[in-house]
Design a protein around this ligand. Structure first.
Ligand code: LRH
Ligand code: MN
Ligand code: MN
Length: 388
């Protein structure tokens, strides 16, 4: 049996990057409900993200999305974040909100539009260099709605050429991570629909190009932990966008819809060397909070990842390997389930307190009065991001 005390040191280095856009209002095409206190500026999003780190110690970085978080002086934005105890992380490009990209961005048939999309990525790389960010995350809405609408092969070839032009500018110590998604907003075909396509494209670029796995971007029933294993085996798992889903790209709180799936994913992460200070895998959230308050929503999210990481670390590896080797099907399964069913919450609460953090971060945030303060201070404002 592995005890919590055996794994406590491994929890020390856990860092889960927060998406700036999680702090803005969001919804579906049917309705976006406003939340009092929603940030009006990138600075206010960062201030809210800093609250999550203050109460959990788990989220020292904030990912930004360009142009949603565009400011005149990124150096100053970075210093502002540092003053609040966090730093700016992944830079996400955005080629899905400009009319020019109606029929594609990096895959567009018109070289002028393609160059515009490439130039946007150059701008993102410049921002990364200014703020000391390591990762450029590329997610493309490119695809078609009707069979015959586009030449699938030609689009894939143009994608490869465009990505190569972007990768050329990626500096030492920087990476390009390519995210895949099986559908939406395109419904017939998507140009980077799956891990295999993302892998094929980044493998052609070089060592500093990796795959981003967004847990919400798979068809129902997909064995995501198998993909995690394979990408780690290939040395190409660059980052996670964590969230959870019941139906499509729901962007719900990670670990809320299917905690067991999150556990299984983290078991493969640990098994494949994807966890720990020397791992190249960046843990990130990519979520929206449509009906719940955003800051507690993010606090709950990072705690869910921490709890499932602890449980994954509790798997008795030698015993599991012995059971597997002996063909002990139910024994092996039982060893995994023992770890999954271990309630680590009391141990984590004590562990947090021993580090000067609140035992219960959700309660500590609720008692802090921050939510009422921002609701009063930001009343009547317009939110930043998502279309801004
Ligand atoms: C696409 C996606 C991608 C975007 C984010 C806002 O569905 O997951 O990561 O950058 O949502
Ligand atoms: Mn994502
Ligand atoms: Mn998504």
């Amino acid at each position: 049996m592995v005890q919590f005390s055996d794994i406590a040191a491994d929890l020390e280095a856990q860092a889960i990057e927060l998406p700036s856009w999680a702090f803005g209002n969001s919804g579906t095409r049917f309705k976006v409900f406003g939340t009092p206190g929603t940030p009006r500026t990138p600075e206010e999003k960062i201030a809210d993200a800093a609250q999550v780190n203050k109460h959990t110690g788990l989220s020292p970085k904030v990912a930004i999305h360009i142009p949603w978080d565009k400011v005149d002086d990124f150096g100053a934005l970075g210093r502002y974040a540092n003053d609040l105890g966090v730093s700016l992380g992944t830079v996400n490009s955005n080629t899905f909100q400009d009319d020019d990209y109606k029929f594609g961005s990096l895959t567009h048939i018109d070289p002028v539009i393609r160059q515009k999309a490439i130039d946007h990525h150059y701008e993102c790389i410049d921002i990364m260099s200014e703020i000391g960010s390591k990762d450029l995350k590329v997610w493309l809405a490119d695809g078609t709605n009707y069979p015959g609408q586009g030449d699938l092969r030609g689009r894939q070839d143009r994608l490869a050429t465009s990505l190569a032009a972007i990768y050329d500018r990626i500096g030492e110590g920087q990476r390009l991570v390519l995210e895949y998604k099986f559908f939406e907003p395109a419904f017939y075909h998507t140009d980077v629909p799956d891990w295999g396509t993302s892998y094929t494209q980044v493998a052609a670029l070089g060592d500093r190009a990796m795959v981003c796995l967004d847990t919400g971007h798979h068809a129902p029933g997909t064995n995501i932990e198998f993909i995690v294993m394979q990408l780690l085996r290939l040395g190409k798992l660059g980052s996670f966008d964590f969230n959870s889903r019941f139906y499509a790209d729901d962007d719900l709180i990670v670990g809320a819809a299917d905690p067991f799936q999150l556990f299984r994913i983290l078991v493969e992460v640990v098994r494949g060397g994807g966890y720990g200070p020397s791992s190249p895998v960046a843990f990130m959230l990519d979520q929206c909070h449509n009906v719940e308050d955003k800051i507690p929503g993010q606090i709950r999210s990072v705690l869910n990842v921490q709890e499932m990481t602890a449980r994954a670390l509790l798997v008795d590896r030698p015993a599991l390997e012995a059971a597997q080797a002996a063909g002990d099907v139910l024994g092996a399964n039982g060893i995994l389930m023992d770890a999954f069913y271990t309630d680590v919450r009391p141990s984590l609460a004590a562990w947090r307190e021993s580090r000067g953090l609140p035992a219960d971060p959700m309660a500590a945030y609720a008692a802090s009065g921050y939510q009422a303060t921002i609701a009063a201070a930001r009343a009547g404002g317009t939110q930043a991001g998502w279309g801004a």
